[in-house]
Design a protein around this ligand. Structure first.
Ligand code: GDP
Length: 463
């Protein structure tokens, strides 16, 4: 591995034409490099660098031949109060790819190396500018596809999850200290008191960890979207629904080809919640026999789906295919749309309701828009249920963090059971320590170098 403490540089802005592009440098030689590639409008280098953040206007030049590369703004952010904790220089240049590459090249020639993906943020973490949960939040923030997702990520970047976890660890440490002290005083009564305390505290701590884990389920939804399948026999309005969703709700990502099947996935944001719609509309076109609506295929699509929207034609009585689809979707949270109400309702509603066994149905016209608002609210309710208000306080926790939170929860439960069973305090103390360590992993204490490399390599270049 390259020496960690050397100076790094990278283009921090997106590729393509833009009014401004940014090249970022971080490390002990940042200032020296800036001296080599930056000139004041007078043509002279900067002599005195402020000990505080400052902005300078001038030219970027090539360190070898003094060739002028661009008019630039130089942002000087001396460590330790910079993003990375080191001296940081950012050049704001004109946002063309050739200009950016030229300035970066000049900077590299002046004596530093290209940063690895996520290396700036990794340094911020290693220099204690942020913990691991915050660093991971940065990545989620960059990738957020909806407002709610970016809010949850921002809460994490601002240390929301860290605060919670640090608080829990402090309480655990206090509890453990109490247990350890009691080990030295082996009177039974005192020991029983310590066990009672363990039971009570582990219960309370466990509740809080559970809350974070639950909210992290929402965080995951925010990040990945709720897999939603639109099913129904041909001509009931699947494409019409898709088009309506994509037209009225902001489409966030389009046309991600399905991995193994010929389905499309599109993200739409409904009430700020991303739905990953698995579009089966195309499937029909590949079927020769219309009657074979491919219940089998619908089943396959359903495997991926967390929620099913089943569309039926309100203008016709239920057919055998409808009934088959009703049966096939029974196990999933689902919502039935009786489409084409503008043509009247000819479905036997009683029969439908008995087949639905309590699941909701809504009459809509995807042509006139009737009932569509009610449908969208109901869809959100079915997808995130009563948790919805909790989105306000959820974090964008990822699978890694959730795993360690679950591990901590398990340890807390084991400690509590051990205490209830009257186990020795030594055994209880071990469980408490283990819970403490698991929580430490969430915020990146006790995390190994390999894992760090893996986490930060998922970042984009220049961050
Ligand atoms: P799909 O085969 O399930 O994808 O169904 P489509 O979305 O292609 O719709 C089939 C036909 O039904 C099209 O001609 C639509 O214009 C029509 N259609 C869809 N929704 C409505 C509706 O609410 N009312 C009426 N009258 N026609 C509709």
């Amino acid at each position: 591995m390259t020496d960690f403490w050397d100076t790094i540089a990278a283009i921090a802005s997106a590729r393509g034409e833009a009014s401004v592009g940014i090249v970022r440098i971080s490390g002990a030689s940042a200032r020296k490099i800036a001296e080599a590639v930056f000139r004041r409008p007078s043509g002279r280098p900067v002599k005195r660098w402020s000990s505080r953040r400052s902005v300078l206007y001038g030219l970027a030049v090539h360190p070898k031949d003094g060739r002028e590369l661009d008019e630039v703004l130089l942002l000087w952010m001396p460590g330790p109060r910079s993003y990375t904790g080191e001296d940081v220089v950012e050049f704001q240049v004109h946002g063309g790819s050739r200009v950016l590459e030229g300035v970066l090249e000049a900077i590299l020639v002046a004596g530093c190396r290209l940063a690895e993906p996520g290396e700036f943020t990794k340094r911020a973490f290693l220099n204690g500018r942020m913990d691991l949960s915050q660093a991971e939040g940065v990545m989620d923030l960059i990738r957020a596809k909806t407002d709610l997702a970016s809010q949850a990520a921002l809460r994490q970047v601002r240390g929301g999850l860290r605060e919670n976890v640090v608080g829990l660890r402090r309480r655990l440490l206090r509890l453990e200290a109490h247990v350890e002290v009691t080990i030295d005083y082996p009177e039974h009564e005192v020991e029983d008191e310590a066990r009672d305390l363990v039971v009570k505290e582990c219960e309370a701590l466990g509740r809080e960890v559970t809350q974070i884990v639950d909210s992290s389920h929402l965080g995951q939804i925010l990040r990945d979207g709720i897999g939603t399948a639109i099913l129904g026999r041909p001509n009931v309005g699947k494409s019409s629904l898709m088009n309506r969703l994509l037209r009225r709700e902001r489409a966030i990502v389009t046309e991600i080809p399905g991995t193994t099947r010929d389905v499309l996935e599109e993200y739409v944001s409904i009430e700020g919640i991303p739905f990953r719609i698995i579009d089966t509309a195309g499937i029909r076109d590949t079927e020769d026999v219309v009657e074979q609506i491919g219940v089998e295929r619908s089943r396959e699509v359903m495997e991926d789906a967390e929620v099913v929207i089943l569309i039926m034609n309100a203008g016709e009585p239920l057919g055998p295919e409808d009934e088959e689809l009703l049966r096939a979707t029974r196990a999933k949270p689902r919502l039935v749309l009786l489409n084409k109400v503008d043509l009247g309702i000819h479905v036997d509603v009683k029969e439908l309701e008995s087949a639905l066994g309590g699941d909701s149905w809504i009459a809509v016209s995807l042509k006139t828009g009737e009932g569509v608002d009610a449908f969208l609210s109901e869809l959100v309710r079915i997808a995130v249920g009563e948790e919805h208000p909790m989105l306000e306080s959820s974090f964008a926790t990822n699978a890694r963090q959730t795993n360690y939170l679950r591990e901590a929860l398990e340890d807390l439960n084991l400690a509590r059971f051990a205490a209830l069973e009257g186990a020795t305090l030594d055994i209880i103390a071990v469980q408490l320590q283990s819970a403490y360590a698991a929580l430490g992993q969430v915020i990146g204490e006790e995390v190994g170098e390999d894992l760090l490399d893996e986490i930060f390599s998922q970042f984009c270049l220049g961050k």
